[in-house]
Design a protein around this ligand. Structure first.
Ligand SMILES: Cc1cc2nc3c(=O)[nH]c(=O)nc-3n(C[C@H](O)[C@H](O)[C@H](O)COP(=O)(O)O)c2cc1C
Length: 403
């Protein structure tokens, strides 16, 4: 396998998890100043796009799990967020098996036109068996889900980029189909971006062959290096898409004035974990990577503490002072991470604080890193920020906020 070329010039991108399900992003009774309803989310999205975030990711969930007993549907919620923002790209999670890819392709084209080219999808192959079974849908065995996913992504890309597209396969048969209009033409983006979430061997292979972005649950540095290698090996063998996938990693952020305070917050989150909900979740996720022959995949070795943030977000260790978090983030850039997907206890206030206190340090460290590697950070690619707008939205008047 050829060496992975690290992109030191392009600034890291930042996303946040849209809290479109109830209960917050940790399964804990600790106070979480967040809300799953639209009003809160509209303001959050506007704060985020002005504080340096380029993407928001909605979850798809139809039935209660991990304490999220109320949920808003991902594609409609994403569309509303696109309508409420100007620059933010909103990634809607979708399950193959719940959608026909042609219907989704059409839906996303319309969303793309309504938003000036900002619609994206996260293809998730599913682990919550009850959602499928209780809808009367077929629950495919683990690796078979990725066979379908790969075909699904090929249909999406085909219908977004070609006229008279045909594809015949095990799950989908598309016959000489043209979707009009095509997606919005955006420089450097051949079609709406296709993100992909999954950690197992089959997931890495499917993502390597077809996805634009590979998303992972929280991982330590060595763990994510292994994922990147797996995805790139598959990309090298049988890539169907124009460019190799880029890499996004989930992390739960606890940025506090002192390291001690940040770690105390983590301890409190775990001490107040909602034990029955975490244990129920631990049982349900056995349908993920653990059910495969090699037993590898998402949540394969998650501890009770890990599962309190249901996407293993503590493992990325974005916990400490803003400086420590920024340093940690740049360590991930060194191994090939292009995007950090973040979540918080108190979304609006912490997204603002992250943009104000952590991102400027990240940018300085990235510029140093680029120079040490004989290049320059391309600052023209940095997202526009507007902290006056953020302050208006939050009503905060904290000192030190940049322009
Ligand atoms: C960033 C990210 C976001 C995900 N979002 C969802 C989601 O919204 N709904 C869902 O059912 N699964 C979601 N998943 C789960 C994956 O689709 C998949 O079921 C899980 O990663 C297990 O895959 P594995 O068995 O291949 O490791 C997400 C995964 C990742 C990494």
């Amino acid at each position: 396998m050829s060496d992975h070329v690290i992109d030191f010039e392009t600034p890291l991108k930042f996303a946040y998890w849209v809290p479109n399900v109830s209960g917050g992003l940790v399964v804990s009774t600790i106070e979480q100043r967040t809300n799953w309803e639209f009003d809160y989310n509209r303001t959050l999205a506007r704060i985020a796009e002005n504080a340096g975030f380029e993407y928001a990711l909605t979850q798809t969930r139809y039935a209660a799990s991990y304490g999220a007993d109320k949920q808003h549907e991902a594609t409609s919620f994403s569309l509303a967020l696109l309508g409420a923002t100007e620059r933010l790209k909103v990634i809607a999670a979708v399950h193959p098996g719940m959608w026909h890819p042609g219907v989704l392709a059409k839906f996303i084209i319309t969303a793309d036109h309504l938003s000036g080219g900002r619609a994206a999808v996260n293809i998730v192959s599913g682990w919550l068996k009850d959602e499928f079974v209780n809808f009367g849908l077929e629950w495919l065995e683990h690796d078979e889900r990725y066979v379908r996913t790969e075909e699904f992504i090929n249909v999406l890309r085909g219908l977004w980029t070609e006229q008279g597209y045909s594809q015949s396969g095990k799950y989908y048969n598309i016959n000489n189909f043209t979707l009009n209009p095509a997606p919005v033409s955006v420089e450097g983006r051949p079609h709406p971006e296709i993100f992909f979430g999954g950690n197992s061997t089959a997931a890495q292979a499917a993502a390597g062959r077809t996805a634009d972005w590979y998303f992972s649950n929280g991982r330590d540095i060595e763990g994510f290096k292994a994922n990147i290698a797996g995805v790139l090996a598959a990309a090298e063998e049988g890539r169907r898409a124009p460019a190799a996938p880029r890499f996004g990693l989930n992390g739960f952020v606890i940025a506090r004035d002192t390291e001690k305070e940040a770690h105390e917050t983590l301890r409190e989150i775990v001490a107040k974990a909602h034990r029955p909900a975490v244990e129920g979740f631990a049982a349900a996720v056995k349908e993920a990577g653990q059910s495969t022959k090699d037993g590898k995949g998402m949540w394969e070795d998650s501890t009770f503490e890990d599962l309190v943030q249901y996407n293993d977000g503590f493992r990325t260790k974005l916990i400490g002072t803003p400086e420590q978090i920024a340093e940690r983030i740049v360590e991930y850039k060194k191994i090939g991470v292009n995007l950090l997907l973040t979540c918080y206890l108190h979304f609006q206030e912490e997204v603002e604080a992250f943009g104000r206190d952590v991102l400027p340090i990240v940018r300085e460290l990235e510029a140093d890193l680029a120079r040490k590697n004989g290049t320059e950070l391309n600052t023209e690619l940095l997202p526009v920020t507007n902290f006056d707008a953020v302050r208006e939205l939050t009503g905060s008047n904290l000192a030190g906020a940049g322009a």
